[in-house]
Design a protein around this ligand. Structure first.
Ligand code: 3HC
Length: 297
């Protein structure tokens, strides 16, 4: 199936990046948000990222200032922000990147199933919820996949393409080709908790927080250990701030509820406390570290 028009629901931390890479790949993109202020914030993030990338390609001698600006302008022109869900009705692919709340996601898929054309493929960027349940809620489980991108979407090369038992070969192949068109490396995954990356990564982040909670080492030393001992670009506690403490908590809470006997799934008290305090990481300016915009303060 040929994709031309892409809808993205949610223009937050992940959604804005998905809008941007889809537009950069030449697709016409509708970015849907529930409120104008969220949409404005997401579009401003895209603007910032496009300027950064244009400046970088000039600096590296990959493009002239004129060509870099032309490329950014073309990307910008392919993006339409909307508060009207009906604008998604004739999209070929709708990717959902709203908060990690399964009930909210199911409600959204029910609504999308009712308004979108029958050929529309639905994809969720969920970190950890069962894709199949969202497919059932949409009323077209055979046209449902997971397209799980990584933060920051503009830079991370991977996309997990998740197929459920009902996803058709055609839908899976189309979703994979979308991943390739956005210049990501697609990996195929079954519909399992956390797919490949988060099943490995989140328990590791949790263990680092339990270590911090026990006082085994400081946050800075735990991070330095993994950065300099294992060559990771950032340590697990910085990464938790980067991903968002609320997102991390909702992933593990969901797992603990569904799989109470899996010892790798645990909820550090320190994570609950920070989230209660509204310290959600980089996006709120404080998590386990203090942040000044995109950088640690
Ligand atoms: N758009 C455009 N450019 C961006 C950008 C964005 N959104 N974010 C960062 N950049 C640019 C920076 O401006 C910088 O450019 P410069 O070299 O010209 O200054 C360049 O990218 C490198 O960034 P930084 O200097 O800030 O820092 P790093 O060199 O450490 O690179 C990183 C940043 C690529 C994020 C690297 O630290 C990294 O790979 N970290 C690990 C991230 C990771 O593991 N992500 C997965 C999280 S798990 C997940 O998302 C799943 C979910 O379901 C939970």
């Amino acid at each position: 199936m040929e994709l031309k028009k892409i809808g993205v629901v949610g223009c937050g931390l992940m959604g804005h990046g998905i809008v941007q890479i889809a537009a950069q790949a030449g697709f016409q993109v509708f970015a849907f948000e529930a409120k104008q202020e969220f949409l404005d914030k997401g579009l401003a993030r895209i603007e910032k990222s496009l300027s950064k990338m244009a400046a970088k390609s000039v600096e590296k001698g990959k493009a002239s200032a004129e060509d870099a600006e032309k490329g950014a302008a073309e990307t910008r022109a392919r993006i339409t922000g909307t508060l009207d869900q009906k604008d998604l009705a004739d999209c070929d692919l709708v990717i959902e990147a709203i908060i990690e709340d399964l009930d909210l996601k199911k409600q959204l898929y029910k609504e999308l199933g009712a308004i979108c054309k029958p050929e529309t493929i639905f994809a969720t960027n969920t970190s950890s919820f069962p894709v199949a349940e969202m497919g059932e809620a949409s009323g077209r489980p055979e046209r449902m996949v997971g397209l799980h991108f990584f933060n920051p979407v503009q830079l991370m090369r991977l996309v997990e393409v998740v197929r459920t038992e009902k996803t058709t070969d055609e839908v899976f192949a189309t979703a994979k080709s979308f991943g390739e068109a956005t210049r990501k490396v697609p990996v195929a995954c079954k519909d399992t908790p956390g797919f490949v990356v988060n099943r490995l990564l989140v328990p590791y982040m949790v263990q680092s927080l339990l270590m911090l909670e026990r006082g085994d080492a400081t946050a800075a030393d735990i991070d330095a250990a993994m950065q300099f001992g294992c060559g990771h670009p950032m340590g697990p506690i910085t990464l938790t701030d980067y991903v968002g403490l609320d997102t991390t908590l909702s992933i593990v809470e969901g797992w603990v509820e569904r799989y109470p006997n899996e010892p790798a799934f645990a909820i550090p008290e320190i994570l609950r406390t920070k989230v209660k305090e509204g310290k959600l990481g980089r996006k709120t300016g404080e998590g386990f570290y203090k942040w000044d915009g995109d950088k640690k303060a």
